[in-house]
Write a protein that binds this ligand. Structure first.
Ligand code: ACO
Length: 323
């Protein structure tokens, strides 16, 4: 039985850090409001020489280094992004080219903040189906380019960045103790489109547009959707919450993370939180959080790890894996 095993994880963040206090001169807000309502203290913002492709490439190279592999070893790239460099070609193919890879295949996947969870699930299916042997799964975003910088209800929430993992198909026994992805569950429901969307696009306005969100409405649905899809993933993996070593949720808002963990009975000591330092980096948030907990030694080989995300669409999903 083939399992997709994580061989390495890497990240890349734009050079420029923007503190909450900088917003006080742009819109009617305060550092105190942002920290209290979201947990965010700062975020990284891409400069003119940085893009979804450049950040994604850097994260991919870091993940390859951590795995002890080179670009030549990769035959699949799945990039989760809602902020591609161009409408087409796919930014995944641009990253493939930047890495000097001309074999295998690469494509973008768009599920907004759930993008990384969708992408790792998609790569897992390709590996288990025999379509590829080693995949780079990347979440890379430059949401700063699609923000309305005069709208205080959204511009303070997001940041730019990228995270990546290398997944490799390995023969396993099928036991819960095997390394690799154990279970995954994905959901979407387009009836919630108006609560979180970008007000432009190639087929409608012909312009890129900016993000619009009814934050309170998203918040109202988030905890229920997140906990439902996680409970489904636990059922599939035949585990209970107390068996988890680490919960790595999408980093949109500290209050959503805390409420979800509480509802699931997961103590906050087992929850990885990076929203304070990165803001909401959409598809990059889960791999950025995962990488931070691997880098500081919290996540260790053999740990049972749960990834989760919820975002525009709505889309939501969870992945259970043995590190
Ligand atoms: N500074 C000061 N005041 C503000 C700010 C700000 N930056 N933003 C909003 N306010 C005001 C509002 O105008 C409102 O004022 P009013 O009472 O006079 O009308 C008041 O603060 C309260 O606003 P709410 O929207 O009720 O605040 P809430 O506690 O719900 O927090 C937030 C807002 C942080 C957006 C929260 O609702 C949230 O996190 N929502 C979910 C976001 C999310 O998870 N998105 C999904 C992923 S993103 C993706 O997929 C791209």
């Amino acid at each position: 039985m083939i399992r997709s095993v994580v061989k390495g994880v890497g990240t890349s963040l734009p050079r420029r850090i923007m503190k909450n206090s900088e917003f006080e001169t742009l819109v009617d807000t305060t550092d105190e409001w942002i920290v209290q309502r979201t947990g965010i203290t700062q975020r990284h913002i891409a400069g003119d020489d940085e893009s979804t492709a450049s950040l994604g490439e850097a994260a991919a190279r870091a993940a390859l280094d951590a795995a002890g592999l080179t670009p030549a070893d990769i035959d699949l790239i799945v990039l989760a992004t809602s902020t591609p460099n161009n409408t087409f070609p796919a930014t995944a193919v641009e990253i493939q080219n930047r890495l000097g890879i001309t074999h295998g295949f690469a494509f973008d996947l768009q599920a907004v903040c759930s993008g990384f969870v969708y992408a790792i699930t998609t790569a897992d299916l390709h590996l288990r189906g025999g379509m590829a042997k080693r995949a780079l799964v990347i979440g890379s975003e430059t949401f700063s380019r699609i923000l309305d910088w005069t709208d205080r209800t959204t511009c303070v929430l997001f940041g730019d960045g990228a995270g990546a993992v290398v997944l490799e198909a390995e023969e396993g026994t099928g036991a819960l103790t095997d390394q690799g992805i154990i279970a995954a569950s994905l959901r979407s429901d387009g009836s919630h489109k108006q609560k979180l969307y970008v007000d432009g696009g190639p087929s409608t306005t012909g312009k890129v547009g900016v993000l619009r969100m009814e934050g309170k409405e998203v918040f109202k649905h988030a905890v229920g959707m997140i906990t439902d899809v996680i409970e489904e993933t636990f059922r599939q993996g035949e585990i209970t919450a107390d068996q988890l070593d680490w919960f790595v949720p999408h980093q949109a808002n500290r209050r959503i993370i805390e409420a979800s963990a509480k509802k699931l009975g997961i103590p906050m000591e087992k929850v990885v939180v990076t929203v304070d330092l990165h803001g909401n980096t959409s598809a990059a948030s889960v791999p950025l959080a995962l990488a931070s907990a691997v880098a500081d030694g919290r996540i260790k080989k053999g740990d049972l790890v749960l990834l989760e995300a919820m975002g525009g669409g709505f889309t939501w999903g969870a992945v259970l894996l043995r590190w």
